[in-house]
Each structure stands twice: as C-alpha cells, then as structure tokens.
Design a binder for this molecule. Structure first.
Ligand code: URA
Length: 213
C-alpha cells in the first residue's frame, strides 16, 4: 500500500531561527503534494521588520518560474496600487498562504487552480512563522482564498473589505480583493473602478500607519 501524502509543513520548519533560515528550509518542503509539479517553493520576501505584510493566495505561473511572489500581472496591479497610496513595496513583506503553484495543464498552458483547505492548512506553519518573525503592524489579506484561509471559511471579503478586522494576528488586519480581480474585469470602466476600490482599501492601511507623508 502507498504511504498517504503528508499534510503538514511543521516537520520541515527549522527550530528557533530567523527569516533567512526559514526561507532556506522552505526550499525543501514536502509538507503536502503541491511540490511535486511546481518548479520551486516561492517564499515571502521583503524587509525583516516590515510594517506591512501582504498575503496573497499562491504563486502564479510567472512566480513559479521566477521564485518570487507577485512578480507577474497581478503583482504589477499590486505595485501600482501600493504606489498610488504611497506605500513602498520595499518597505513591505509580500507572501502567500500557499507557497507552491497549483495548476492544471491545458496544452502548453498552466492554469491556476485554487488551493483547497487542506493544502492551505498544510502550508500555514510557514505563514505563522513569517508573521511571528516579521511582526507586521498591518496584515493585509489579498482575496477570498487568503482571507478565508486565515480568518475562517465564513469570512466574506465582499462584505468586510477595507475595514479593520478583529484578529490577534497583527494590530491591524484588513482584507481586500485579490489584485487579479482587476485583471478579470470585463471592460475598462469596471477595471478602473476595481483599481480605485483596491487602492482605497490599501489607503486605509497607509492612513492607520501614518505612511506616505
Ligand atoms: N497571485 C498570488 O496570490 N500570489 C502571487 O504571488 C502571484 C499571484
């Protein structure tokens, strides 16, 4: 009989070390099955004591190849919104709830597949350590998968977006849409509206933290 796949990253975490050692250890994570088809672990990146941590869903095709979070089209939307509200991405820490790209192959294309709850739970120890070590003042959850994964499946981004939430994870916890929602907007007007609403949500963080002058 085949051994069951593991479903917990905990055994792969280094004991009592910093962010660099954590990132290094995540390279070899086999805590769930997602490592098998992905190119590499895409760990969070940013300042060790960043005041703002942004948490997405999982790396996309481009991130999987580059090994860095939010460097593809959704990342460009994120950068643009951060710039709009004068939060410098270099002062933030950017990561995902799941650290491997989950996809299905369609011909030559690799199509994103939403991670399931057990995959998010398996990966959660990495994020918990990132939060503990960075200690952000603001934790921003990007999109329903990240928000539900962290705050529970009954959480509704559409209802709660852009307001401070009751959570012990950071002094300020806030959820908003995933920047890829902007890319999926059906036309230009809808895209502008999504962009503006996304920037408004992020501006709450800037205001609360007194960023951007
Ligand atoms: N979407 C995400 O949620 N994270 C990334 O890193 C890229 C796209």
């Amino acid at each position: 009989m085949l051994d069951a796949e593991p479903n917990d990253a905990t055994p792969f975490l280094p004991s009592g070390s910093g962010l660099a050692a954590l990132r290094e250890a995540a390279v070899a994570c086999r805590g769930c099955h997602l490592w098998r088809h992905a190119t590499q672990t895409v760990f969070g990146e940013g300042r060790r004591r960043a005041r703002v941590m942004l948490v997405g869903e999982q790396p996309g095709d481009r991130e999987d190849r580059d090994g860095r979070p939010f460097v593809g089209p959704a990342g460009r939307e994120l950068d643009r919104a951060l710039e709009d509200v004068r939060i410098d991405r270099r002062d933030a820490y950017v990561t995902n709830v799941v650290k491997h790209f989950k996809f299905e192959e369609r011909g030559k294309r690799r199509l994103h597949k939403t991670p399931k709850r057990f995959e998010i739970d398996a990966c959660r120890p990495w994020l918990d350590e990132e939060i503990r070590l960075v200690g952000p003042e603001a934790l921003v959850l990007l999109g329903a998968t990240a928000a539900k994964g962290i705050l529970g499946s009954s959480f509704r981004v559409t209802r709660e977006r852009g307001r401070p939430l009751d959570s012990e994870l950071a002094p300020l916890v806030l959820a908003t849409i995933h920047p890829s929602a902007i890319l999926r907007a059906p036309d230009d007007d809808a895209r502008q509206a999504e962009r503006a609403a996304f920037a408004r949500d992020l501006a709450v963080v800037g205001r609360e933290l007194g960023l951007g002058g």
